[in-house]
Design a protein around this ligand. Structure first.
Ligand code: F6P
Length: 351
C-alpha cells in the first residue's frame, strides 16, 4: 500500500519512457520536470523504461538536464521493451527499487505495453503511477491522439509526395509500406494527406484483386502511375509472422515484408512495373512537428498535475481540444482501431 499524497505536497517524481521511441518524448519529460520544479518537487529519470526500475537505474533530472529538450527526437532517458511481469521477481524488484530510490510517484510515458504494465501495477499494488499516451501508431483507446503520430504522418506524407513525382515520370506503381502495427492509422492519415490511390489496412482489408482493379481503372483513364499505401499489419495470404517475440508477445511485423509481397503481386497481376518503399524507422526519428511538441507539452503538464493531486491510475488524454484524464485500465483495455468513417474518407479517392 502506498500513502496517498496530500494535494500540492512537494514530492520526488520518477519519469520513464518505454516501448518504441517516438518524437515528442523529450518534450513530455521537459514539461513534467518544469511543472514539478515549479511545485518544489524533485524529478528523477528512470533509465530504459521498466528495465530501469527492475535494475535500479536512475539519474537525477534538474533544470540543466531538461534544458533544450523540446525539439529533440528520441528520448534522453533511453527506452526498452522490458516487461517486469515476464521477469522472475521483476515486479518485486520494481516495487523495491522505487521505494529505495525514495520515489513518491511515477510518470510512465508509453504505449499499450508500457501503460499496460502501469495499469496492472496500479490495480494489483496500488502503485502511484500516471500515464502519458505515446506512440506513432495512435492505437491507444480513450484519447483522440497520441503524441508522435502527427510527426510520423508528416514524414510519410512527405515520402508519398516525393514518390508521386518519380512514379509519374516512370509510369510506375509505387507501394509504400508504413508502420502502425495492428492498426492502420498512419496508412490512412498519410494516404489521405498524400493522395494515395489505394490504402490497405488491417481494419478494412481491400483484396489484392480489388486493389488491382483500382489501379487498372486509373490506367484506363490515362493515369499511368499509382500510389498504394499499405500498413505493415495488413494480412496477406502466405505471409507468416517471423522472428523473435518480444516480452509483450509482439513479433516485428516489418519482417513479414508485406510491401514487397504486395508489389510483386500487383506487378504480376496487372503487368505494370511496380516498386516498393519501406519507410521503417525513419517514421520514428527526428524532431517532433509543432503539433506534437504542443501535445507532448500539454500531456506532460497534465501528468505532473495528476501526480501533485495524487490522482494515480490515470492517464492524460486528448478529447476534442481538451486535455483530460482517463483511467489507465480503460485506455489499455483494447486497441483503438480506425473507424469506418475515416476509411470512407480515404476510399472516396481510390482509383
Ligand atoms: O509501436 C511503434 C512501432 O514503430 C510499430 O509501428 C512497429 O511495428 C514497431 O514499433 C517496430 O518496433 P521495433 O522498433 O522494435 O522494430
Amino acid at each position: 500500500m502506498w500513502v496517498r499524497l496530500p494535494p500540492s505536497a512537494s514530492v520526488k517524481v520518477g519519469v520513464l519512457t518505454g516501448g518504441g521511441d517516438c518524437p515528442g518524448l523529450n518534450a513530455v519529460i521537459r514539461a513534467v520536470a518544469r511543472r514539478s520544479f515549479s511545485r518544489g518537487s524533485d524529478v528523477v529519470g528512470v533509465r530504459e523504461g521498466w528495465r530501469g526500475l527492475v535494475e535500479g537505474k536512475f539519474e537525477p533530472l534538474g533544470p540543466r538536464e531538461v534544458s533544450g529538450l523540446l525539439p529533440r527526437g528520441g528520448t534522453v532517458l533511453g527506452t526498452s521493451r522490458t516487461n517486469p511481469y515476464k521477469i522472475d521477481g521483476g515486479v518485486d524488484a520494481v516495487l523495491e527499487n522505487f521505494r529505495d530510490e525514495g520515489l513518491d510517484a511515477l510518470v510512465a510515458i508509453g504505449g499499450e505495453d508500457t501503460l499496460g504494465v502501469a495499469a496492472r501495477l496500479t490495480e494489483e499494488h496500488d502503485f502511484p503511477v500516471v500515464g502519458v499516451p505515446k506512440t506513432i501508431d495512435n492505437d491507444l483507446s480513450a484519447t483522440d491522439y497520441t503524441f508522435g503520430f502527427d510527426t510520423a504522418v508528416f514524414i510519410c506524407t512527405e515520402a508519398i509526395d516525393r514518390l508521386h513525382t518519380t512514379a509519374e515520370s516512370h509510369n510506375r506503381v509505387m507501394v509504400v509500406e508504413v508502420m502502425g502495427r495492428h492498426t492502420g492509422w498512419i496508412a490512412v492519415m498519410s494516404g489521405i494527406a498524400g493522395g494515395a490511390d489505394v490504402i490497405m489496412i488491417p481494419e478494412f482489408p481491400v483484396s489484392i484483386d480489388d486493389a488491382c482493379k483500382e489501379i487498372r481503372s486509373r490506367h484506363d483513364r490515362g493515369k499511368d502511375f499509382s500510389i498504394v499505401v499499405v500498413s505493415e499489419g495488413y494480412e496477406l495470404d502466405g505471409l507468416e509472422e517471423q522472428g523473435e517475440v518480444d516480452e509483450f508477445g509482439h513479433t516485428r511485423l516489418s519482417q513479414r515484408g508485406v510491401g514487397d509481397a504486395l508489389a510483386r503481386e500487383i506487378e504480376s497481376r496487372t503487368g505494370f512495373e511496380t516498386r516498393v518503399t519501406v519507410l521503417g524507422h525513419v517514421q520514428r526519428g527526428g524532431s517532433p512537428t509543432p503539433r506534437d511538441r504542443v501535445l507532448a507539452t500539454r500531456y506532460g503538464l497534465k501528468a505532473a498535475d495528476l501526480v501533485h493531486d495524487g490522482s494515480f491510475g490515470r492517464m492524460a488524454a486528448l478529447q476534442g481540444d481538451r486535455i483530460v484524464d482517463v483511467s489507465l485500465v480503460e485506455a489499455t483495455a483494447e486497441l483503438k482501431k480506425v473507424p469506418r468513417e475515416w476509411y470512407e474518407v480515404a476510399r472516396a479517392f481510390f482509383g
